[in-house]
Design a binder for this molecule. Structure first.
Ligand code: ADP
Ligand code: MG
Length: 856
């Protein structure tokens, strides 16, 4: 299992790239190759170390009437014709290899037309190794001593990396060795294939600093070719049949569980040295060449991808073995891509199937261009257009570099010759644009939790151990057979002990002596041995006691550590408690804050309501005041009106009563006159009145029997004076209670004596009498009645008035609604009743009544 996010190819974009992700633009470099010997005109000029200018060739200028623009293009750096492979590598290759060692991914590709120096830049030529061999050299020089044994790291077939124990790795090594009859690749520079031996000169060997020596490394290389949008594995060990050569099988692109793209079933060869790696590369290169020749392919139309994959895992705490933890394995990779020539098909003079293939190649470069353009647009304008990575294998394979993270470097190769001018300007335009695309910067690998310097300490320990063992071996190496022989040889030799002569008295004493001497030596050796053994024992005891003290010390330390642990635990729990408390407090604060907010809101709304209510109250108060004022005004008005009205009514009533009185008086007077007249003359002459009137008279006579004798009846004139006669004189009776109405229509009486109360004197002088009587009509208006009569001289010498006519003067408000019942109406029983009882009825038709009366 790989560490999450540390996949084979760059990481998949996180949760849609937060804005805080650091990004770097695609680094685009330009390399100008020297002009070929056959080429004359140079169209590319290096203006500064970051700018070039393209000059249109003379022929082209002539064709276009000199209108051709001289274009300048700027890049991260421009490498002129004198740039050495080493310089180029230091600027471009080294940072990528350093990143690779620090678990960061990189992609480097060369782009340009055929013959512009792409392969030269990437691979180089003998004596002038390109970026690829130099990168491998730098890598192995840096990680050389820290490499893991073969097969400790083992790629699975799903783009992941597994880790095996040393024993498993050893077993696998033995298994492979037995399977492979051919000896393994040479590991010394001297044995390298002469074809590529000069690619890396030992003098130029360089090294990376700050390599983590507490890790173990393994390098895997793979080499593929993409031709006609098919992927071929150049390292595949397919049995080659020279008679019926089988076309190579193409490979498929797959996505691993980290969503990184990889070539399924692609050979990944573990290599342990630059030479080995380069040999593998060369093997692929050869295969490519053979395939191209056999299948009649144009090598400049294929893309080649050489991938260097670096697996690393930390050493365990002892610094002795690799940590057997899959999650600790980190895999990074550097892809070195030599793209196909970017020229258009027409220029390659291709035909038939080759033309189709060329079209495909151009298609993949076109897709690359489109992808870069869309990426740039998306990044610059914040659009979210789909990047068509899947349209070609090349772009699909490198999708994760652009979408995820990693360092992307592009070297644009340019041949300054005139023929390439147009193609070169297209290449430059694309390359300049590619610089505007940004790629997420790879993040640093998390630091290992184990203490640093483990490998170093382990080495020092091993050295010390072997030194000590050596020391000890020199002083006391009893088991050495040589020493034993030496010891045996140092003993006095046993003399011949054959007894042939009974009188031999020398052999036995000699043997005895030798044996005694040997015994003595043995005793001495035993003593020495015992001494040494004792010494060793005491030393061991000492050592034991030392170990004991160390152990007690360790125990002490451990108890201290456990105490400290307890303290830490306590503190941790305390921290937890405090954190919880702070969380609850924060929660409470939150709630309080919310409550406060709520109350404040309530307060605000209540205040608002209060204000509106106050305003309403104020409005109502002012309204009331205004109403009061209006009511007061109305009351005064009404009061005044009613006062006036009352006064007017009282006056009218008074007038009416006066009139009634006056009429009664007049009737009495007439009666009196009649009575006196009848007394004085014959009563038979009196005309017969209708029975009803007679009865009434009788009644009246009965009623008025107690009254004084009436005046003489008025003398009836023989003829009636015309009303139109202007010579009549009028008594104009206008009671003082009358109101002056100031109406326009006023009765005009030219010869009138105006009186407020009628008197004998005035009546005697006049023939006509008129009373201006005012009363209140039913509609509330004042009605003026002109009650007219003739003045008679009574026989007694007095004056009597006989009413002949009533004129009603009435003023009406033209706007007032007309009343149905007018005061002058003659209909209705009430009026008839009134006619009987009240003599001067306010009606013009009541004149008839008076007419009747005049017959008295
Ligand atoms: P490409 O791969 O772009 O088709 P090559 O790398 O094969 O082009 O280069 C074509 C020829 O030009 C080769 O013979 C190579 O040696 C030569 N060449 C290219 N670039 C340089 C350079 N910078 N210096 C010297 N020779 C070069
Ligand atoms: Mg090439």
């Amino acid at each position: 299992m790989q560490r999450p996010g540390k996949g084979k190819t760059p990481r998949r974009p996180g949760p849609k790239k937060g804005s805080n992700v650091e990004k770097d633009p695609v680094g685009v470099y330009c390399r100008i190759r020297p002009l070929g010997t056959e080429d004359q005109e140079c169209c590319v000029e290096m203006i500064s170390n970051s700018t070039i200018q393209l000059h249109a060739p003379d022929g082209l200028k002539a064709n276009r009437n000199g209108e051709f623009k001289e274009m300048q293009y700027s890049f991260k750096k421009v490498f002129g014709i004198n740039t050495t492979q080493m310089e180029l590598f230091e600027d471009i290759g080294r940072p990528l290899v350093e990143d690779l060692i620090h678990s960061k991914n990189g992609l480097l590709f060369t782009y340009g037309v055929t013959g512009s120096g792409k392969t030269y830049t990437m691979t180089g030529s003998p004596g002038e190794g390109g970026l690829l061999p130099r990168s491998l050299d730098l890598l192995f020089n840096s990680i050389g001593p820290f490499q893991a044994k073969r097969f400790v790291f083992k790629p699975d077939d799903k783009n992941g990396m597994e880790i095996q124990s040393q024993v498993d790795a050893l077993l696998e090594r033995q298994k492979r060795d037995s399977q492979q009859s051919v000896p393994r690749t040479p590991s010394s520079r001297l044995k390298a294939d002469p074809e590529f031996a000069d690619m890396i000169s030992p003098e130029e060997a360089c090294k990376c600093d700050n390599v983590d020596d507490d890790c173990c490394y393994s390098v895997f290389v793979s080499y593929i070719e993409i031709y006609n949008n098919y992927i071929y594995d150049l390292l595949e060990d397919a049995p080659f049949d020279p008679i019926r050569p089988k076309p190579p099988q193409s490979k498929l692109l797959r996505e691993d569980q980290n969503h990184n793209m990889y070539v399924a079933g692609c050979m990944e060869v573990e290599v342990k040295s630059t030479e080995e790696a380069f040999e593998v590369f060369w093997k692929g290169q050869k295969k490519r060449r053979i395939a191209n020749t056999q299948l009649n392919r144009e090598s400049s139309r294929s893309h080649s991808v050489f991938t260097v994959k670096l697996a690393q895992a930390p050493l365990d705490a002892d610094g002795d073995h690799i940590l057997q933890d899959k999650n600790q394995v980190t895999v990074s990779q550097l892809c070195l891509v030599d793209l196909a020539g970017s020229e258009r098909t027409s220029r390659t003079r291709a035909e038939g199937s080759r033309l189709r293939e060329a079209g495909n190649i151009n298609q993949s470069l076109m897709t690359l261009r489109t992808c870069i353009e869309v990426l740039r647009e998306n990044q610059m304008y914040g659009t979210n257009k789909m990047v068509p990575y899947r349209d070609s294998k090349v772009t699909h394979l490198f999708k994760n570099y652009f979408d995820g993270e990693g360092k992307v470097r592009m070297i644009v190769c340019v041949n300054p010759k005139a023929d390439d001018y147009e193609e070169s300007s297209l290449v430059m335009r694309f390359a300049e644009m590619a610089q505007e695309v940004e790629v997420a910067r790879p993040v640093d690998r998390p630091i290992c939790a184990l203490a640093a310097g483990r490998r170093h300490r382990n080495q020092a320990f091993r050295d010390e151990l072997s030194r000590r063992l050596e020391e000890r071996g020199n002083s006391n190496n009893a088991e050495d057979p040589g020493l034993l022989n030496q010891l045996i040889e140092s003993l006095p030799p046993i003399p011949r002990c054959e007894l042939v002569d009974p009188a031999d008295d020398q052999t036995l004493p000699n043997l005895i002596e030798v044996l005694e001497r040997r015994h003595h030596i043995r005793q001495m050796i035993t003593e020495q041995f015992n001494q040494t053994a004792n010494m060793l024992r005491s030393k061991l005891q000492q050592f034991d006691s030392q170990i004991g003290t160390r152990e007690t010390f360790i125990q002490n330390q451990q108890s201290k550590i456990s105490e400290k642990d307890k303290v830490i635990l306590n503190q941790r729990s305390e921290i937890d408690r405090l954190e919880k408390k702070s969380k609850t407090l924060e929660y409470k604060i939150d709630i309080l804050q919310k409550t406060t907010d709520m109350y404040e809101q309530d307060k605000r709304s209540l205040q608002l309501e209060l204000e509106t209510r106050e305003q309403r109250l104020q409005k109502e108060l002012s309204e009331r005041r205004r109403m009061e004022q209006r009511m007061q005004g109305m009351v005064t008005d009404t009061k005044l009106k009613w006062e006036k009205e009352c006064e007017r009514r009282v006056n009218a009533k008074q007038l009416e009563m006066q009139n009634k009185l006056w009429v009664k008086d007049e009737k009495l007077k007439q009666l009196k006159a009649i009575v006196t007249e009848s007394n004085s003359s014959c009563s038979a002459e009196r005309p017969q009145r209708p029975s009803r009137e007679r009865d009434r008279d009788r009644n009246m006579g009965q009623k008025r029997s107690a009254s004084p004798s009436p005046a003489a009846p008025p003398v009836r004139p023989t003829h009636r004076r015309s009303h139109s006669c202007g010579g009549e004189k009028w008594v104009d009776h206008k009671p003082s209670t009358n109101l002056d109405l100031d109406t326009v229509m006023q009765p005009i009486l030219p010869n009138a004596i105006k009186v407020s109360t009628p008197n004998e004197k005035a009546l005697s002088k006049c023939h006509k009498y008129v009373l201006r009587h005012q009363e209140l009509a039913s509609d509330g208006e004042i009605e003026t009645k002109l009650i007219k009569g003739d003045v008679f001289k009574t026989r007694g010498g007095g004056q009597a008035v006989q009413f002949t006519d009533i004129e009603t003067l009435k003023q009406e408000n033209p706007t007032a609604p007309s009343r149905k019942r007018r005061s002058g109406s003659t209909e209705g029983p009430a009026t008839n009743e009134d006619v009987e009882n009240m003599a001067p009825v306010p009606s013009s038709s009541s004149a008839n009544v008076y007419q009747k009366r005049r017959k008295f």
